[in-house]
Write a protein that binds this ligand. Structure first.
Ligand code: ADP
Length: 161
């Protein structure tokens, strides 16, 4: 069955790991909504508009991918969008317990909810936005981890020339 799905996350900032998952999803499903979480209590490096803008730029060639954002509970957003399936990326085993807990909590609140987990290429198994931010903050080269537009934005944030 062809389906429209939601891929939620902070994307602070988007990395090649996220892009790998989105490309896989775009081959499997008819429509993907990449939903950026706007959580006022979580301190992010990039604000919601910056995160959406970077995603729009790096994903512009994927015609079945839409960028959106939401505040509050994921299941409320899923209901508003009349969707059922949420995509999550699974990296190392360390992601598993957290994702398992989150998926079951969401299903308890909304029985129609299901997750599909996709594995990235092994190149991205240990890649996370927080690692990229830390490397960039210390002046390291993040070219292998993020597209050039994101690299430039990171440099601007940390005022590195
Ligand atoms: P978080 O929800 O921890 O803020 P992110 O917003 O960075 O995580 O990521 C959103 C989704 O993308 C999560 O399912 C996360 O596991 C997945 N993800 C992040 N980085 C990668 C990666 N390198 N490979 C595969 N999936 C990833």
């Amino acid at each position: 069955m062809c389906k429209s799905v939601i891929y939620p996350g902070s994307f602070d900032p988007v990395t090649y790991g996220h892009i790998d998952i989105i490309k896989r999803a775009s081959r499997l499903f008819t429509h993907i909504i990449v939903a950026v979480v706007a959580n006022p209590n979580k301190k992010t490096l990039f604000d919601i508009d910056e995160r959406k803008e970077m995603l729009k730029t790096v994903l512009k060639d994927l015609k079945n991918v839409e960028i959106d954002s939401f505040e509050g509970l994921l299941i409320d957003y899923v209901k508003i969008k009349k969707k059922q399936i949420v995509i999550r990326g699974l990296r190392a085993v360390s992601d598993f317990e957290y994702e398992f807990q989150l998926a079951l909590a969401n299903r308890k609140m909304y029985t129609g909810f299901d997750n599909i987990f996709l594995m990235p290429s092994e190149k991205y198994i240990f890649l996370s936005s927080s690692m990229v931010k830390e490397i960039a903050r210390l002046g390291g080269d993040v070219s292998q981890f993020v597209p050039s537009i994101v690299k430039i934005k990171l440099k601007e944030k940390f005022r590195i020339t």
